[in-house]
Design a binder for this molecule. Sequence first.
Ligand code: URA
Length: 486
Amino acid sequence: MRVVALDYPADFEGWRRGARQALMDGLLLEDIEFRVKGDAPTLFMHQERGPPQAAQTTLRVPKEFPQLAKRAICHCDPERFRLLYALLERLQGERALLGNRADPLVHRVNVLAKEVGRDKHKMTAFVRFRLVEGSQPEHYVAWFEPSHYTLDYTAPFFMRRFTGMHWSIFTPYRSAHWDGAVLSFGAGASKQDVPEDDKLEDYWRTYYAHIFNPARVKLKAMQAEMPKKYWKNLPEAGLIQTLTHESEARTRTMLANAPTLPVVREAAAPAEMPENMTSLHGVRQGLEQCEACELCHGATQVVPGEGLGRAAIMLVGEQPGDQEDLEGRPFVGPAGDVLSRALQEAGLERGGLYITNAVKHFKYTMRGKRRLHQRPEMAEIDACRWWLMQEISLVKPLVIVALGATAHRALTGQSPIISKARLGLAALELGPQLQTSYHPSAILRARDEAEGTSMFAMLVDDLRTASSAAGSSQPVRQRVSGAHVL
Ligand code: URA
């Protein structure tokens, strides 16, 4: 029996090294025990031994496997290490296995990964930091009890979200620490390690009361999303009932007030920075690994930008739709048809542009069997902004056309009224000029034909404005297509 020692319950690197070596040595599943430091040895029942395996010299796995395994290994199911080993073993002979969701092993590992994804989501929503009194530099700590071993997988999210803060998150099995530069992990702790009284709680309550949106209160849904076990760590939980009682009056006030302009946010780099960020090809590869927000879990695939690598004009849409999500290319569905007609009228060729989206994964909600588009939240736009900035700095367009409010927001941090924002070019700090216009989907949703025709004419006008601002000296060097990247 070979014992593969793992440092902690979600030690993917330890598992990878041990599993790789065991498989290369031709060991069968029943010849290995994965044992987490501090755990008692497992008592295996006698198992039938299969035929010995041939030792392997190289192991090959599809590129989705490491991501899937990294997630599934965080599950609290004690069988997870062995399931992953069995999967790794079968992948050597069955290259397309991961695509077969009906296979019981593939299905089970995907279920583990999905449940971990949900646990991560809960952690990102319910972790509350408290200031350590007298800490210098100021240090914030949080206590959280995840349902799985999700800390390592989720900590990079907090690193991106709170880059400027020094913080620690303690869980019963492990802790994560960020000092503004390095993310490190240590032993688990208990709730007593987190300070009780603090200014931050008051601050958080004030903030929560301020952002509380009474129009969105659905107590049943909140309780489903926010199980009671998390409530005790949430300083705002006590406020919810009071705020709900006041909600009718507050809804009226909210509607009467003009919307506030959000502040421009920084484009934070993804936690696991892809290596080759000097080409659009590298950006595409990096995007395939991106898990900076939850949208990656529901989408079929990421939809990167496509077009001329040095296009003078870049079009930025909102996010892929249903069709784009299935095809992996931007603007290939109904909105793409409207866009193609507008481009043609404006005398622009789609192939001469670079077309991308502010958010690169499809966000939707299920209605029966249909996937209905949902507008991305600011946090999702923020999470994806870094990629958009990479695309801009590589393509170096002279003019960017923001199609709709989300694209405008991603580029400027401001919520526009499109009819006003489109009146003229603006200068972006990044260099290119900005022309804002209507999103093709807004044209499809126009109240009547007259409104649709008029919006379409404005979109054509705006594309013409962009075209003349870009001039005829359009440097063309590199083409990036949906399927093949040069
Ligand atoms: N809407 C967008 O904003 N982008 C697409 O790619 C498709 C529809």
